[in-house]
Design a protein around this ligand. Structure first.
Ligand code: SAH
Length: 348
């Protein structure tokens, strides 16, 4: 098993069969070597830097009905909110003062946020904070919509592909959603010059080693600047409420593989990882991660952006969140980088 890790480290790729073995192994020595190499490679390109992204959860309304997600349309228990332009701008002002140089506006697919509305907010943020990057994570929209928001100044777009195996995709999503549309959106975003983030949940219901291999191969084809993965965590009012969640072990394993396959990629230690283990994000940082996304949303809405159960950081002020993460980053042996944090191979 150790030689598969060596090969991945030396060549940046391995065969499907080797991937399968590495994903499924319980060889502790191989897991430890994977972690060490992942850390070495992240340090080669990014040193000990960890980039911060201020996450602003702009809406809990969603037109979609993804089976895993707590803010799915048919969850009538979900509390819905949307932030106003003024509230979003005040999150940015607060965040800028705390040292954030990237703002991520994420939400359910809420068509209240028209292109006009979004373009207005984006250009105002870029005007006030020209040294900051604006990232969007608003789900599937038309080519024209992505284009207008790019022209208004958006720099990056996060859209997890969720599952590159079409059968798995359709078991996780309602019939009106398809992997082919998802894929088209991601390639549209790339074509428009966004720095793109894709990714998937680890341990989602019905996920197999084969489907994970399809995820890796799709990511190689897309070659995104960022890859977000985190454990699936059941939400109590979704059809997947009784399913098992993803494990820390497998998530770390996959993070290590991703770092060796995509040496220069931006890899977040996600909130979901911090939710399933108290030191999950620190362990992620030690296994190749170089991004964390502290919550910048107003405290009064945080509990309502309820994607999965027991989500952490819902009770704290932005400043507390920021300082807590800084302590965690430093305790893991890394340092907060006060910069936009673009991918090492992306020319802006
Ligand atoms: N509407 C946007 C943002 C979705 S929320 C979009 O479509 O991109 C961001 C991510 O949270 C999703 O892409 C999904 O992978 C993750 N997520 C949703 N429900 C989850 C759950 N129960 N457990 C873990 N992650 C979840």
């Amino acid at each position: 098993m150790v030689n598969i890790v060596e090969k991945l480290y030396n060549q940046g790729n391995i065969s499907d069969e080797e991937l399968r073995q590495l994903i499924e192994t319980d060889d502790a020595q191989a897991a430890e070597l994977l972690r060490r190499y992942a850390d070495e490679v992240r340090q080669k390109y990014y040193g000990r830097k960890v980039f911060l992204r201020g996450l602003i959860e702009i809406s809990s309304y969603c037109r979609n009905d993804c089976l895993y997600c707590g803010i799915r349309r048919s969850n009538t228990c979900a509390e819905r909110y949307r932030l106003s332009r003024e509230e979003i701008l005040s999150c940015c002002e607060n965040g800028y003062g705390l040292g954030f140089r990237t703002f991520v506006m994420q939400g359910g697919e809420d068509m209240y946020f028209t292109d006009d509305f979004m373009c207005g907010v984006i250009s105002e943020i870029k005007e006030k904070y020209p040294d900051c990057a604006v990232t969007l994570s608003l789900g599937e929209r038309s080519f024209e919509s992505y284009k207008r928001m790019k022209e208004a100044g958006a720099d990056r777009y996060l859209l997890r592909h969720e599952a590159a195996d079409e059968k798995l995709y359709s078991r996780l999503h309602p019939s009106e959603l398809s992997f082919s549309t998802r894929r088209e959106c991601l390639f549209n975003l790339k074509k428009l010059g966004y720095q793109v983030g894709a990714g998937f949940m680890v341990g989602a219901p019905y996920q197999t080693t084969e489907s994970l291999i399809a995820d890796f191969r799709f990511l190689q084809e897309l070659s995104p600047q960022m890859i977000g993965i985190g454990p699936f965590i059941p939400h109590h009012s979704t059809p997947f409420k009784d399913e098992k969640g993803g494990t820390l072990d497998l998530t770390l394993r996959l993070l290590g593989i991703l770092r060796l396959m995509f040496p220069k990629v931006l890899l977040p230690a996600t909130t979901a990882l911090g939710t399933i283990a108290p030191d999950g994000r620190e362990q992620g940082l030690k296994t190749g991660c170089n991004v964390v996304m502290p919550n910048l949303s107003p405290v009064k809405v945080r509990k309502k952006y309820d994607l999965y159960d027991n989500k952490i950081c819902t009770g704290e002020e932005a400043a507390e969140c920021r300082m807590c993460l800084q302590r965690r980053i430093e305790s893991a042996g890394y340092e907060v980088a006060a910069e936009r944090g673009d991918a090492a191979d992306f020319n802006i």
